[in-house]
Design a protein around this ligand. Sequence first.
Ligand code: 6PG
Length: 243
Amino acid sequence: MPSSDQINRIVVADPAALAVTAAGRLMARIEANAGRIAICLTGGSSPKQLYQLLATDAYAKKIPWDRVHWFIGDERFVSASDPLNNMSTARKLFLDHFAPKDHIHPIPTDAATPDESALAYERELKTFYGAGDLDPARPLFDLVLMGVGPDGHTASLFPGYPALAETKRWVVGVPEAHVEPFVPRVTLTLPALASCREMLFEVAGKEKHAILARLSKDESLPANRARSIGEAVFLVDQAAIGK
Ligand code: 6PG
C-alpha cells in the first residue's frame, strides 16, 4: 500500500469482495486484448478464492480459454504432487477443468537445482515471448497477480536477497526461503514481473496490517520495489488496513 501517486489502491470489505474485484479486473484485461493473452498467477493462500471464482459459470463461460496462457510468478521447489506447489493449487482449483494443457505453464520442479529449474522456465518464457529481451512497448504479461508476505516479500523475492538486484535474468533460483514454507524457491525477477500491463496485489486479513503499514511508509521492501511498466493496483480489504 505505498503512498506513491502511481499506485491505485482499492479498498474492499472482505476477502470475498476482494476475489470478485480481482476477477473483474482479470476479465477486463482479457477483454482488452483481442489476441493472445498471458496471465501470471501467484501462490500463497490469498488468490485461492479468486481461483475458485474463476471456476464458476459466471467467469469460466466468458473466458476465451483458447486464447489465454497461464504462468506462475514463483514456485516452491517441491514436486507437482506436493500440496505446497503453487501451480498445482491453481490447476486443481480451476485451470485443469478448463484450460488447454499446453496453455498451462508451470515452473518445472523436477530439475536438479532451483536455478536449473529457473533457467528452464526462463527459456520457456522467452520462447513464448518470441525474443530474449523485454521490449517495454510489448509487455510479456497482460496481468501479473502478486501477494505480500509478512516480511514484505512478494513472489519469492525476499528482503535483502541477491535475487532482488537481478537485472538480466528473468527467473532465478532462491536456495532458502525467509518465511514458511521453508523450501527453496524459483522466482521471476523484478524486470520480468514488471513487464506487464497490470500488476495486481491482493492483500487481505488483519495479519497483513503491520506489513501494509510499513509499505505505506515507502519502506524499501520487495513488495514496494515490484512495479509494473503499466498499471499497479493494491487491492486490500478492511482488515488489512486495520478497520
Ligand atoms: C508463495 C508466494 C508468496 C505469497 C505471499 C503471500 O509461494 O508463498 O507466491 O509470495 O504470495 O507470501 O502469501 P499469502 O497469500 O499466503 O499470505
